[in-house]
Ligand binder design. Sequence first.
Ligand code: GLU
Length: 445
Amino acid sequence: MSSFNEVIENLSHYHPYDTEFQQAVKEVFDDIQETYESNSKYKEAEVLKVLTEPDRTLRFRVSWLDDQGNVQVNRGWRVQYNNSLGPYKGGLRFHPSVNESVLKFLGFEQCFKNSLTDMQMGGAKGGADFNPKGKSDKEIRNFCHAFMNELFRHIGPHEDVPAGDIGVGEKEVGFLFGQYLKITNTFVGAITGKSPTFGGSCGRKEATGYGVIYFLNEILEQIEEKGEGKKVTISGAGNVALYAAQKAIEMKMKVLTVSDSKGTLYCKEGINEEQLESIKKAKLEGKQTLEEWCENNNQEYFAGKKPWGVEADILIPCATQNEVNFEDSKEILKYDPMILLEGANMPLTDKALNNIADSDVIYAPGKASNAGGVAVSGLERSQNSTHLNWDLEEVDQKLQDIMKRIHRNCLENIKVDGRKIPYKKGANIYSFNKLADTIVAYGLK
Ligand code: GLU
């Protein structure tokens, strides 16, 4: 029976260089130590040692042809983290920053996120260090086909159901699923995030961003506040950021910023619906950078800056892990916002998180607030297995109900004192208990 410290030593022993993975695990450990220490069954089943080691990590070479006919070689992975609560489920990320540590942290987070939804989904994550930026459609197709030539043998509707993430959208999922179908000749829900024309769910691409704002509405209701007129800053300019912005604008909030890796768009009056549609065209279809968009549309642009210097009530980081550092958090605490909720996975460094958690800012972790994406992926899986298609209204209603349920789940094990709502602790304990009880029930995992 391992003590808490032994588990931490074990983690450093097996994963010495995986800094992001260690960061994600320690963030959860801060909240679950008491429940682990006080439950002898959890100790007997070694649930912490089990949960800090992925079920398996698949690593493979991806060889593909570029437009000049040259062979290119990348590395691909699928971290099948834990399938106690259902078939492995989680996205694929194509980005040069992808490595084993990042995928293990994302797989670990995914287990906790999926547990919070109460749907039958285990946790996984995969991807490649392939950079889709600047590649032609033909090169992206070649890469996706080569990636699936290896991945297909490890996935399936009852085994592992990948989806999109950074660098993998509807287009890439189309190429991946097309190749899966060609190899297996089996039309099943082995991937989600497909186009609705071939088995995808309505509302999937909007789901993460909309879900973030539905979760925000739950927080606002809990503290008896209204969203209308609140100033919101958002980072990122992908699906999560822009659909969160769309829903926030619909709810009459003032969205002051979105950003990309090069800088921040700042709109003092709040971005309007028409402007947002045009930003979507520019960024989601890869037509313009934010800088170009600002130039063409007479908007302020802060080159090389993140949004966090702009005073706001509600902050929503939607770009990527560790995008908000300690210095940013100090800047943020100067104007003392009301809420910070995460659209991205682990967007705060550990130091930034400690700083925010010690303040009066209400903080919602991504595993709760951004779970709408994987939840609608879960709905896509249900539609695929029953051969039914639900319309947008039905999916959106289900998404709203799921975000309400996640919010309730977060509150189940914590004490709420006015505006002091430890969402992170609530999310971690709820998810951990479910995972741990299941591992105990299985006898051995
Ligand atoms: N990549 C998304 C996430 O971080 C969605 C995964 C999925 O749809 O399976 O949750």
